[in-house]
Ligand binder design. Structure first.
Ligand code: NAG
Ligand code: NAG
Ligand code: NAG
Ligand code: NAG
Ligand code: CU
Length: 584
């Protein structure tokens, strides 16, 4: 039995001595591009895909001017950035701002009040699937205590790791399809299926389409998934639309575009190559999942990884070979460069919802000509190659230095997650959908009573209170599962405090704790994404501190789920609601 010992959080004193002002301009265009070798219309940021990295120092005052040269509305959200005191810069059309019209610009201003790995992406319709994303790295101030002394007690190693962190490789993982986001969403709507099939997995915007037979792909399916999906996978390694997944709703297979869920067309694209300097002894790889649909798993052949930062916050390092990474999540790792001078494959595999992989290479300087093939930890389907392979334990990620939630919350909300009325429409509040045309509406931040948003989609909180939210999965027969939902909270992070199988029958977390401490973590996890269970009826509990009045989204980060309704609005600190400045 675990002893739960939560305390009042430590106040963090970080001196932000040299607050510099930094400015970026992001120009968004809609052009032809071929990340995986196949051309289509897509979004570029400053003519790049993924968009340029925004490298910032902790404490900086950041201005970002976004100009929309595209033929449709847009916005930019800075994923994981708290937006303390600047809720109008959170970048959600219809919530924190009016959409940026074609030809128009918007100025985002915020303070980098924390450190770590983040990213930016569109928050208008499902444009992530058209390529609107890029990485953000906030370098920690010099007085931040790093966890590197828990990896090695050799001062040379610690110095090398500190340098590696400053020169980290930002690794944007994503999925890619030949259909535009609008065409993809139309395919769900007209066929009635919940589709999560992609053509390619990209690493920093590069990849290929690999085609294998249905038999081969079915054999590579993770065993726990094969136990439920008993029919053969498609020739793209995708769900054959069994009733246990799609339920008994109406479906129109004849309206599926060819090549979407089946019909693989091979294509050769470029491959990302990382060069590491073995003299530097350590390298940091900061993984960001910008996937629109896919759950992924990442590994670097023959290189165990010390995971030291999760969603932009240090943890007590964990040594692993494989990291499962869901939409929006970030994991930063240190690897020791102590292997033969050669090239090692970085493998990024679908993690449960498709048998697919993407690759990059990590090459030691001086090992470019070594022809040796590296040995994988995972196969094409993301399954471990030996029993010794260690996967990240996502239930044990103690924040470093320790930080704890309040022992008791002031407010409790139980949300029921599931499908309503069709296989492809999703709800977070159990009864209604976040409107798909939210992006075209009057921003809720400007008017809390803005029409168009059902009251059940809003959670009102008072400033400086603690709020518990329990996410309950509802799975009607004959469906046996929901895909894991990576639930992302905007503004400040929350604590993952517990989870369990079955139904959360208690009326508060306190009551649940008094009956079943086993469901609660001794060391709550502090992050901005919370992934629901992959199988069966289950629940997940988070606790957060309301400290930034404004309107913030709480939503599933799978683009198809968000855009079909799986989101709600947190009206945080309504008693201290901000005046929106009128500078534009
Ligand atoms: C890894 O694979 C082996 C079989 O090679 C299996 O027995 C083991 O349970 C797997 N471990 C994990 C964590 O998946
Ligand atoms: C589901 O369908 C029913 C019947 O058509 C309708 O009354 C209801 O409003 C729908 N639910 C949602 C959340 O749209
Ligand atoms: C674009 O945004 C404006 C509001 O700023 C809205 O009136 C319009 O309907 C939006 N267009 C689309 C296609 O959503
Ligand atoms: C909201 O509460 C936080 C945490 O107590 C506090 O720091 C902040 O100043 C408050 N904001 C307003 C506008 O009162
Ligand atoms: Cu979801």
């Amino acid at each position: 039995m675990v002893r739960v010992k939560w305390l009042i959080p430590l106040v963090e004193f970080i001196s932000l001595v040299q607050a510099a002002q930094v400015q970026f301009s992001l120009d968004l265009t809609w052009q032809r591009g071929a990340p995986n070798g196949l051309e289509r219309d897509m979004i570029f940021v400053n003519d790049q895909f993924p968009g340029p990295a925004l490298i910032i120092d902790e404490g900086d005052e950041v201005t970002i001017d976004v100009t929309n040269h595209m033929p449709f509305n847009t916005s930019i959200h800075f994923h994981g950035i708290e937006q303390k005191g600047t809720p109008w810069s959170d970048g959600v059309s219809g919530l924190s701002q009016w959409a940026i019209l074609p030809g128009a610009s918007y100025r985002y201003k915020w303070v980098a009040n924390t450190y770590g790995t983040y990213w930016y992406h569109s928050h208008d319709r499902s444009r992530i699937m058209d390529g609107l994303y890029g990485p953000i790295q906030i370098r920690p101030s010099a007085d931040r205590d790093t966890p590197f002394s828990m990896i090695s007690d050799d001062p040379d190693d610690i110095e090398a790791m500190t340098k590696a962190q400053a020169n980290a490789e930002l690794v944007v993982l994503s999925d890619w399809d030949h259909l535009t986001s609008d065409a993809y969403m139309d395919a769900l709507k007209y066929s009635g299926y919940d589709i999560f099939c992609s053509d390619s997995v990209l690493v920093n915007g590069r990849g290929s389409v690999y085609c294998k037979s249905s038999e081969e792909l079915t054999a590579l399916q993770p065993p726990q998934i094969r136990a439920v999906i008993t029919d053969p996978l498609t020739d793209k390694g995708c769900d054959p639309f069994m009733r246990v997944v799609q339920g008994d709703w109406e479906h129109h297979p004849e309206l599926l575009p060819g090549g979407l869920n089946s019909g693989c067309t091979p294509s050769d694209g470029l491959k990302t190559g990382f060069i590491v300097d073995p003299e530097a002894k350590w390298a940091s790889f900061n993984f960001i999942s910008a996937a629109g649909l896919k759950a992924l798993a990442v590994s670097i052949d023959e290189h165990p990884m010390y995971v030291y930062e999760v969603d932009g916050r240090y943890i007590e390092p964990q040594l692993v070979d494989v990291i499962p990474i869901y939409n929006g999540e970030r994991y930063s790792v240190m690897i020791k460069l102590d292997k033969e001078y050669a090239s090692y494959t970085m493998r990024v595999a679908g993690n449960g919802n498709q048998v697919i992989s993407g690759y990059a290479s990590v090459t030691y300087q001086g090992g470019e000509d070594n022809e040796r093939q590296s040995t994988p930890y995972i196969d094409y389907g993301g399954v471990n190659t030996t029993a010794e392979v260690v996967s990240l334990d996502t239930q044990h990620l103690p924040p470093y230095p320790p930080i704890l939630p309040a022992a008791k919350a002031d407010d409790f909300h139980l949300l029921t997650l599931g499908r309503i009325n069709s296989s492809w429409e999703w709800t977070l509040d159990g009864t209604t959908f976040l409107p798909a045309d939210l992006a075209a509406m009057e921003p809720v931040l400007y008017n809390r009573e803005a029409p168009g948003l059902d009251s059940s989609l809003k959670i009102e909180t008072k400033n400086d209170t603690w709020v518990d939210i329990v996410f309950q999965l509802a799975i009607p027969e004959p469906t046996k599962l929901q895909p894991p939902h990576p639930i992302h909270k905007h503004s400040n992070k929350a604590f993952l405090i517990g989870s369990g199988m079955g139904t959360f029958t208690w009326s508060s977390v306190e009551e649940a704790l008094s009956e079943s401490t086993d469901n609660f973590l001794e060391t709550p996890i502090y992050r901005d994404t919370f992934v629901t269970a992959p199988n069966g009826v289950a629940w997940l509990a988070i606790r957060y501190h309301v400290e930034n009045p404004g309107a913030f989204l709480l939503h599933c980060h799978m683009e198809t789920h968000l855009h079909t309704g799986m989101g709600m609005v947190l009206l945080d600190g309504v008693d201290a609601w901000p005046e929106v400045p009128h500078w534009s």
